[in-house]
Design a protein around this ligand. Structure first.
Ligand SMILES: NC(=O)c1ccc[n+]([C@@H]2O[C@H](COP(=O)([O-])OP(=O)(O)OC[C@H]3O[C@@H](n4cnc5c(N)ncnc54)[C@H](OP(=O)(O)O)[C@@H]3O)[C@@H](O)[C@H]2O)c1
Length: 241
């Protein structure tokens, strides 16, 4: 995969979400490219092996699939350039570790062999760094090709964050999802920056990030709104950063 270093400098909108602020220069907990429907859902009910985002939920990512970044990642030619591609391309800039929830990792309820499940992404997942999976089930770590190591954390969000910052060695930690996981870190005020991709479709039901988050409005503010042809990119930061 082409490295971000070989890409042209990202646009101003993207740069705002992918680089340390000069004031802090501290590793941050960031969420990037997190898709939400107009009615606030990030996944649909009914996750299955065929539909990782739930029934008809993958349409949340229809802005992402045509990008040059996604096409290259999946061994295809061509693809669109422009703002959505820039966001896709630079999402892992300065990221040294990720955290995700067990539903994002899988297995889905209909997986035949749950014991041997190693994630959705095949032998060489697109992370290439340590990934910490929040779960209630103890499991041995999984060493994958290409530098990805899945570690299963049963001691809660703060322990996962501590391990991830240690593993990231001075770089940022990316909170990959899903909604239940992002919601917990937001509630605890631990997310530094949240890049939401608002997709103009209605889903009606599913998993919401912004649920039960009374008080979030005093902790966070939206400081960026950049529409592309397909979606709106929103930048939400912790107040006072
Ligand atoms: N829209 C997007 O951009 C986006 C991004 C990423 C993922 N997704 C989609 O979102 C869906 C998953 O999101 P989700 O909200 O359903 O779930 P999730 O956040 O991925 O996972 C929730 C699960 O993680 C475990 N967990 C979470 N916090 C924990 C804690 N503090 N302690 C112990 N275990 C904890 C629990 O699993 P157990 O109790 O089973 O161990 C919990 O049920 C998937 O369909 C995925 O494809 C969407």
């Amino acid at each position: 995969m082409e490295t971000p270093r070989r890409m042209k400098r990202p646009s101003r909108a993207v740069r705002g979400t992918t680089h340390h602020s000069k004031e802090t220069d501290m590793p941050r907990l960031v969420v990037r490219n997190f898709a939400v429907s107009l009615d606030g859902f990030s996944a649909a009910p009914g996750q299955s092996q065929k539909e990782p985002f739930g029934r008809n939920g993958l349409r949340l990512m229809n802005w992402f699939f045509p990008t040059k970044f996604f096409r290259k990642m999946t061994g295809q030619e061509g693809g669109e350039e422009g703002m959505d591609n820039d966001f896709a391309f630079h999402a892992d800039d300065n990221v040294g570790a990720s955290i995700m929830g067990r539903h994002m990792f899988g297995p889905p309820p209909d997986a035949a062999d749950k014991e041997s499940w190693k994630g959705w992404w095949g032998p060489n997942p697109p992370y290439h760094h340590p990934v910490f999976v929040l779960t209630h089930e103890r499991k041995a770590p999984l060493e994958m090709e290409g530098g990805t190591r899945f570690t299963f954390v049963t001691d809660g969000i703060e322990q996962a964050l501590k391990l991830a910052f240690e593993a990231a060695k001075g770089r940022d930690v990316r909170l990959a999802g899903g909604a239940a996981t992002v919601r917990q870190y937001l509630k605890a005020g631990l997310v530094d920056e949240l890049h939401l991709v608002q997709v103009p479709l209605l889903m009606g039901q599913g998993e919401r990030v912004f649920e039960g988050l009374g008080g979030v409005e005093s902790l966070y503010e939206c400081v960026g709104f950049t529409p592309s042809k397909a979606v709106s990119h929103l930048r939400i930061v912790r107040k006072g950063r």
